[in-house]
Design a binder for this molecule. Structure first.
Ligand code: UDX
Ligand code: UDX
Length: 457
């Protein structure tokens, strides 16, 4: 078989950009993305795409209507597929066994049953959502229940794209991982998927493994990236107590080629749809397998992250004379990182919740994520203004709290901002992204992460 017809279930942050790049790079393969959410499909077919991702509109523009289609999920779409990617969300389970730790696989299982009902035998099923190890095996059991043969070969092909750089990560991936069973059917299916990637990825970057290694590699990669962030954040607390500077520390440590410079930026904590969820999932799996020390080890990466967010909030309170009640605070950045409108598990959610608990009045500004911010804070008691204009957000504020390092925040007129704020005016730079010396010279009291505060009193 040569794959000519790809279908993807799930038109989210992963499914949409991944399929757009596959369609763009494989002009003779027809790619159809389906989703239960019809509004999302309509948005993918419009000029206002449902996810903000640099470079994505151009890719979609080139391929949409040619060999890239966004459509409702119908039996016929599935029946025509040679290969079906499953990119549905796998959130942390909120109920029952494993609540708060395990992955909720209900959407995945539902997708498998839909595939079983409508797809042709022989259709290759590709697991792209991050899932607990051995999910592919469980899915394979659903798909191949009545038959010992692999009627529907199931592959694991984890995504490694980071939001904000998704298109670049997809166009020039460091590696493409394809996990399969070691049967001849499984291996043939893996080669079919490899052939799709090899339209634009050099063969030496395509790695073939067992399904379980592939699934576990995804969880491990995210856990180890998050662990670096928690490690440097733990050191930022030590820097604040000891007088060292965490930026200098990162630079010095990162110059060791074995360690490297990336993912050593201390901040208010990591966020996003993957890190927390995947580590909790990994920890849960280890615990289930009787490896409590391993479970505790990874769990501590999440604990340090919670501690870091908490420390940041306490620092705001302590510096502002132990009360923010009735004070306006401007929150700069709500997305979990720059370059995206995604606020899933964003540190800003927790920071805002804490500040509202203290009866602060908040003015949130973000270049892309204001609508998602509003939805995330909906229902919390207190006053929150959502303002696209950062100057409007800071007017009359006692403090400016940076939660996302959008580059445009560096370019603002901080003399003008200082003039419009209550005094003493504070900057809490949760991303160490502003020019602290300059802000101090203007008159701000500046409280960074992992380095000495600069105060005028
Ligand atoms: C991410 C990553 O895929 C993943 O690795 C992680 O495990 C979960 O979240 P993402 O694309 O960011 O996925 O999620 P999201 O933007 O929520 O997209 C999932 C899409 O699947 C949604 O649009 C949802 O409507 C759709 N979906 C969900 C279906 O089409 N059918 C379902 O049964 C469930
Ligand atoms: C991550 C992985 O990088 C990606 O490979 C995987 O497929 C999905 O999960 P993503 O969540 O999009 O991607 O963003 P990432 O760039 O990894 O950042 C995650 C969080 O860590 C962000 O909140 C970011 O602000 C934070 N971070 C990152 C730091 O606080 N310091 C750093 O040095 C790096």
């Amino acid at each position: 078989m040569n794959v000519r017809n790809i279908v993807c279930i799930g038109a989210g942050y992963v499914g949409g950009p991944t399929m757009a790049v596959i369609a763009d790079r494989c002009p003779d393969v027809r790619v159809t993305v389906v989703d239960v959410n019809e509004a999302k499909i309509a948005a993918w077919n419009s000029e206002a795409l449902p996810v903000f991702e640099p470079g994505l509109p151009e890719v979609v523009q080139r391929a949409r209507g040619r060999n890239l289609f966004f459509a409702p999920l119908t039996p016929q779409v599935l029946a025509e597929a040679d290969m079906i990617f499953v990119c549905v969300n796998t959130p942390t389970k909120a109920y029952g066994e494993g609540a708060g730790m395990a992955a909720d696989l209900q959407y995945w299982e539902k997708s498998a049953r839909t595939i079983l009902a409508h797809a042709r035998p022989g259709t290759i099923v590709v697991e792209k959502s991050t899932v607990p190890v051995r999910t592919a095996e469980a899915i394979s059991r659903i798909l191949n229940q009545s038959n010992r043969d692999e009627v529907f070969p199931v592959l694991s092909n984890p995504e490694f794209l980071a939001e904000g750089t998704a298109v670049q990560d997809l166009v020039a991936p460091e590696r493409v991982l394809i996990g399969s069973s070691n049967s001849s059917v499984g291996e043939a299916a893996a080669r079919e998927l490899g052939a799709i990637y090899e339209y634009w990825v050099a063969p030496e970057h395509v790695l073939y493994t067992s399904v379980w290694s592939s699934e576990l590699a995804k969880l491990t990669a995210n856990a180890m990236l998050a662990q670096r962030v928690s490690s440097i954040n733990a050191m930022s607390a030590l820097c604040e107590k000891s007088g060292a500077d965490v930026t200098e520390l990162s630079r010095a440590v990162g110059m060791d080629g074995r360690i490297g410079q990336r993912f050593l930026e201390a901040g208010v904590g990591f966020g996003g749809s993957c890190f927390r969820k995947d580590i909790l999932n990994l920890s849960y799996i280890a615990g289930q397998l009787g490896l409590q020390q391993v479970a505790d080890y990874w769990r501590s990466v999440v604990d340090i992250n919670d501690y870091q967010i908490d420390r940041f909030c306490k620092g705001i309170l302590e510096n502002m004379f132990n009360t923010v009640a009735g004070k306006r605070l401007a929150v700069f950045g709500f997305a979990f990182k720059p370059g995206t409108d995604d606020v899933r598990d964003a540190p800003a959610i927790r920071v805002c919740t804490r500040l509202l608990d203290e009866h602060a009045e908040l003015a949130v500004t973000d270049p892309q994520a204001l609508d998602n911010a509003r939805a995330a804070l909906d229902g919390l008691p207190g006053t929150v203004h959502y303002l696209a204009d950062p100057y409007a957000a800071v007017a009359g504020a006692h403090a400016l709290v940076v939660c996302t390092q959008w580059p445009q925040f560096r370019e603002l007129d901080y003399e003008r901002i200082f003039a419009s704020m209550e005094k003493p005016a504070f900057v809490f730079d949760g991303r160490n992204c502003l020019d602290h010396e300059r802000l101090y010279d203007i008159g701000f009291n500046v409280v960074p992460i992992g380095k000495a505060p600069m105060r005028h009193y």
